[in-house]
Write a protein that binds this ligand. Structure first.
Ligand SMILES: [Fe+2]
Length: 169
């Protein structure tokens, strides 16, 4: 963990005031093994994402854990109901990492019902750019939110240069 230490990254731990949430008591807390080739020992770092999320003290509050240019991985834990109805301005990918979330999906502007999406562990959904949605998690669950954070995207979508969906069937 030398690299993380040098970056002053605060990986959640009991010592930092992040006990495991009682609903994630079964989540293993072991750390990944790194077997670096000689000379690369200081260039590798890793952490257990499930352990990290099991120690989240908040819900419905994505935190950025990886950045590759404009691509952000923003995992979060969810429980009970999203306190706001979130309106998208870009496509948003969801990967359900554990348990379940039920989504009510509506047209962003008119509120017309579009879909109910029940996501179970392992499910992937691509939420369009022109919807609003509210989620409900009957039990605390882990969700990976993945999006392109480029500031150009809302303009590209509203001008019709980009579609509001990531895929077309
Ligand atoms: Fe959203």
């Amino acid at each position: 963990m030398k690299l993380l230490d040098e970056l002053a990254v605060d990986v959640r731990a009991y010592d930092h005031g992040h006990p495991v949430n009682r609903q994630f008591a079964d989540v293993p807390q072991d750390e990944p093994e790194i077997h670096a080739e000689e000379g690369f020992e200081d260039e590798l770092a890793s952490f257990n994402l499930f352990a990290y999320l099991s120690r989240s003290s908040v819900t419905w509050n994505p935190s950025v854990v990886s950045v590759c240019k404009d691509s952000l991985y923003c995992p979060t834990t969810e429980e009970y109901i999203l306190p706001v109805i979130h309106g998208n301005d870009r496509v948003e990918w969801f990967v359900q990492l554990s348990d379940e979330i039920y989504w009510d999906v509506e047209d962003r502007d008119s509120g017309a019902k579009r879909a109910k999406v029940i996501m179970k562990a392992g499910d992937v959904a691509s939420m369009p750019a022109d919807i609003r949605h509210q989620g409900y998690a009957p039990k605390r669950s882990m969700l990976l939110v993945w999006e392109n954070a480029s500031g150009k995207i809302p303009e590209l979508i509203s001008s019709g240069k980009l579609p509001s969906t990531a895929v077309q069937f």
